[in-house]
Design a binder for this molecule. Structure first.
Ligand code: SF4
Length: 392
C-alpha cells in the first residue's frame, strides 16, 4: 500500500481559511461538539460494533477542502460515514480522506465503502482502491454495491468476504441492495452466513409488506446488522403536500426517520444530508426521545397510500420480467426520482445517458403488462415518458 503522507500543515491552513468563511449559523452547528454523547448508538447486528443510529450518506458532492456538513455531523455524534467508489462521481473518497486528516483520528469514524463490481477480482481490487483513495489502512465495513441477484451470495463471494476480514482491510463485510428481489437476497444472506450487515431500501411505504418483514426477521435472527437507506420514500414535493402532514413535534422528513427507528430490527439509518439545515434536522430527530404518536403514523400511512403510484420500490423482478423488451424500468424510474425529488438533474441525466439505448427504449403496449403486475400501481408508460422528457 502506498504511503499516505501529505502536506498536512498547508492543507489544514487552507481548511481553516475555508472554515472561517462559513456563516455564523453554520458555525453554531459545527461548534455543537459537546453534544456528541447524546447520539443514540446500537450494536450492528451481532458484530460487537456500536454505531450511531444516524449515519451520513455521501453520494452528494462534498467540499474537498472543508466540508461543513461532515464536520457538523461528526461533532454532533454522526460518526458513521457511508461512501462508495462511485459516489460524487468518484470524488467522495478524497473528500473523506481530507476530513479524516482534519479531524485527526481515523478510529473515531465508522467508514463504509462499496464497489459495484460483480466479480470477485473486481470487488477485491475495489477494496484496495477504496483504501488508497481514503488514505486509510482499513474500512469498518465493505459492501458489494447494489446487488439484486442471489448469485452474488454464492460461496466464492462469501469466501472473498472472509479473506477480506482476515486481511484486516475491512472489519466487516456485507452488501447493499437497492432493488430487485430484496426479499430473496436477504433470505439467502440469512441462510448462507458470512454476511455481517446489509444496507437496504426501507421506509414507511414498506411496513405492510409481509414477505419483506419475514426476510428482515430472518436476517435479524441470523445476527446480520440492518441499515436502512432511501428512508424518505420520496415522491415529488407537490404530491407529498397533498397529504398535508401535520405534527407539533416533527417535520415530515423527521417523522419518516422516526418511523424507521421505531422498527427495533433496524440498527441505523444512512441519510444523505446535503446541507447543514438537513443535517441539523436529522440530528435533532435522532437525539429526540419523543416518539411518533398514532396520529402521525396514520398520516404516514395515508401519505403512502395516496402517493403509491409515484413511488417505485425497485422490485424490478415483477415489471421487467413481464415485458418482452429489455427496458430498464426500475433504473429509469430511479433516475426520474433523482431529477424530481433529489434536486440532482445533472446526475439523473448522466445516469440516464449511460444506459444502453435498448434499455432506455420502451413500447407503451408492452409496458401495460408491466403496470398490471406492479404492486405500487404505477402507470409505468406514463412515468417512463416523464423520464424521457426530463432526462433525454
Ligand atoms: S415499477 Fe413497480 S414493479 Fe417495477 S420496480 Fe417499480 S414498484 Fe416494482
Amino acid at each position: 500500500m502506498k504511503s499516505h503522507s501529505s502536506d498536512r500543515r498547508n492543507f489544514l491552513k487552507k481548511a481553516a481559511a475555508s472554515a472561517a468563511a462559513v456563516s455564523a449559523t453554520e458555525l453554531a452547528f459545527i461548534k455543537a461538539a459537546n453534544a456528541q454523547s447524546d447520539m443514540p448508538h446500537k450494536e450492528l447486528g451481532t458484530t460487537g460494533a456500536s454505531i450511531p443510529i444516524l449515519g451520513l450518506g455521501t453520494s452528494q458532492s462534498l467540499d474537498p477542502v472543508y466540508d461543513k456538513v461532515m464536520h457538523g455531523c461528526f461533532k454532533n455524534g454522526v460518526t458513521a460515514f457511508d461512501t462508495a467508489l462511485s459516489y460524487g462521481s468518484g470524488a467522495s473518497h478524497e473528500a473523506i480522506a481530507n476530513f479524516i486528516e482534519q479531524m485527526g483520528d481515523r478510529k473515531k469514524l465508522f467508514i463504509t465503502s462499496k464497489s459495484g463490481s460483480s466479480s470477485v477480482k473486481g470487488l477485491t481490487r475495489g477494496l484496495d482502491q477504496a483504501l488508497d483513495e481514503l488514505k486509510t489502512d482499513f474500512v469498518d465495513l465493505y459492501f458489494m454495491h447494489g446487488i439484486d441477484d442471489v448469485d452474488m451470495l454464492e460461496p466464492e463471494y462469501i469466501a472473498m468476504g472472509d479473506a477480506m476480514r482476515k486481511s484486516g482491510k475491512t472489519n466487516f463485510f456485507g452488501f447493499s441492495c437497492h432493488g430487485g428481489d430484496v426479499v430473496e437476497v436477504m433470505n439467502k444472506a440469512a441462510k448462507v452466513g458470512g454476511i455481517d450487515a446489509i444496507l437496504f431500501r426501507y421506509n414507511f411505504r414498506r411496513y405492510g409488506d409481509r414477505e419483506l418483514n419475514l426476510a428482515i426477521d430472518n436476517c435479524k435472527k441470523a445476527g446480520i446488522g440492518l441499515i436502512a437507506m432511501k428512508t424518505m420514500g420520496s415522491v415529488p414535493k407537490e404530491l407529498e403536500a397533498v397529504a398535508d402532514f401535520r405534527s407539533k413535534d416533527f417535520s415530515l422528513a423527521q417523522a419518516k426517520l422516526k418511523s424507521v427507528w421505531a422498527d427495533e430490527r433496524i440498527d441505523s439509518i444512512v441519510s444523505e444530508m446535503d446541507s447543514v439545515k438537513v443535517a441539523r434536522e436529522n440530528i435533532f430527530a435522532a437525539k429526540s426521545q419523543q416518539q411518533l404518536n398514532a396520529g402521525e403514523f396514520q398520516q404516514l400511512n395515508r401519505l403512502a397510500a395516496m402517493t403509491a403510484g409515484y413511488a417505485c420500490n425497485g422490485c424490478k423482478q415483477h415489471c421487467e420480467n413481464a415485458v418482452a423488451d429489455d427496458t430498464a424500468i426500475a433504473d429509469q424510474l430511479r433516475y426520474l426520482m433523482y431529477y424530481e425529488c433529489y434536486g440532482k438533474p445533472e446526475r439523473a441525466r448522466e445516469l440516464f445517458s449511460e444506459l444502453p439505448a435498448a434499455r432506455r427504449e420502451f413500447r407503451a403496449e408492452e409496458l401495460a403488462k408491466a403496470t398490471a403486475v406492479c404492486p405500487q400501481g404505477i402507470d409505468i408508460a406514463a412515468r417512463l415518458s416523464d423520464a424521457h422528457k426530463a432526462l433525454a
